[in-house]
Write a protein that binds this ligand. Structure first.
Ligand SMILES: NC(=O)c1ccc[n+]([C@@H]2O[C@H](COP(=O)([O-])OP(=O)(O)OC[C@H]3O[C@@H](n4cnc5c(N)ncnc54)[C@H](OP(=O)(O)O)[C@@H]3O)[C@@H](O)[C@H]2O)c1
Length: 258
């Protein structure tokens, strides 16, 4: 069997999904989405949180799930990559779901006087540094003959071309930086792991803890459930093939201006 590029596709038995940042609103919905997907063999969920109580989950789904805790320093992340090495080349879906917009101690800036070095570091750590380290550390795990789509949760506000309102300095800049890292990674992965397709994904405003304080201004019908977005992303991932390029798309599969 050959793919669109005429390269021989070696069929493997296992097609695993890997969800990084699995306890968030979108991460948890993606875990559920891929557990329910019969084409996915196992779902590996990585989170800083302990494994939730899945006792009510049907046995067939529960047995598909592998929960791994990680503190997101580079040593702990490298240990996760080591743990996944026996499954090298068997991942077909990877979702990088880390993101931070606000917390008890930080709030998105409305004007430049609100910019604070500690908040900048914290937001960049979650939105840019952690996803970058995953793409470095997982390179050997993802490389192989199984077509593997890696969707990293970005945001439309990370688009420089689309920025008309300003504000949210740390969040916007950290997502723009993430997009550039992904572009760089796509160039290197295209050379060194041709089976991997990278995607920067904007979920639209989704009803999670991250968007909660900002939902009042969302137009009716434009606040999505995490389940809807997980299903959209899964469909979009199924429709793409490794082409050596980075795609920047929204929940509807529409391309976003850089
Ligand atoms: N919700 C929206 O409207 C919206 C819109 C545009 C873009 N996004 C993007 O979508 C992604 C998922 O967001 P969400 O809405 O699901 O938010 P969420 O419910 O707040 O989840 C946040 C996620 O970030 C991880 N995280 C939090 N702090 C971190 C840190 N310091 N270091 C590393 N990871 C950290 C958590 O991982 P654990 O599993 O370890 O807890 C969790 O997966 C983010 O990248 C966000 O920017 C969301």
């Amino acid at each position: 069997m050959c793919d669109k590029r005429g390269c021989e596709v070696i069929m493997q038995d296992n097609h695993h999904a890997l969800i990084l940042g699995a306890s968030g609103g979108l991460g948890a919905a993606l875990v559920a989405q891929f557990l329910a997907d019969p084409t996915i063999t196992n779902v590996f969920a990585v989170s800083s949180q302990v494994r939730p109580d899945f006792s009510a989950m049907p046995e067939g789904l529960k047995s598909k799930l592998v929960w791994i805790t990680c503190t997101y320093n580079e040593v702990s992340m490298a240990q996760v990559a080591d743990q996944l090495t026996p499954y090298q080349g068997q991942f077909s879906r990877v979702c990088v779901c880390h993101g931070l917009l606000h917390s008890d101690t930080l709030w998105p800036e409305k004007r430049l006087e609100d910019i604070n070095a500690d908040a900048l570091h914290e937001v960049f750590q979650s939105n840019t540094v952690v996803p970058t380290l995953w793409l470095k550390l997982l390179f050997k795990v993802l490389k192989g003959s199984t077509p593997c789509v890696v969707a990293t949760l970005s945001a439309r506000v990370g688009s420089i071309g689309d920025n008309r309102m300003g504000g949210w300095h740390a969040y916007r800049a950290s997502k723009a930086a993430l997009n550039m890292v992904l572009k760089n990674m796509a160039i290197e992965y295209a050379r060194r792991a041709k089976n991997v397709k990278l995607m920067a994904f904007h979920p639209g405003t989704t009803d999670t803890g991250l968007s909660k304080p900002f939902q009042a201004s969302v137009p009716s019908g434009k606040l999505f459930t995490p389940e809807f977005v997980a299903s959209q992303l899964s469909n979009i991932m199924s429709d793409v093939e490794p082409d050596g390029l980075l795609s920047y798309v929204d929940w509807n599969g529409q391309t976003i201006d850089w």
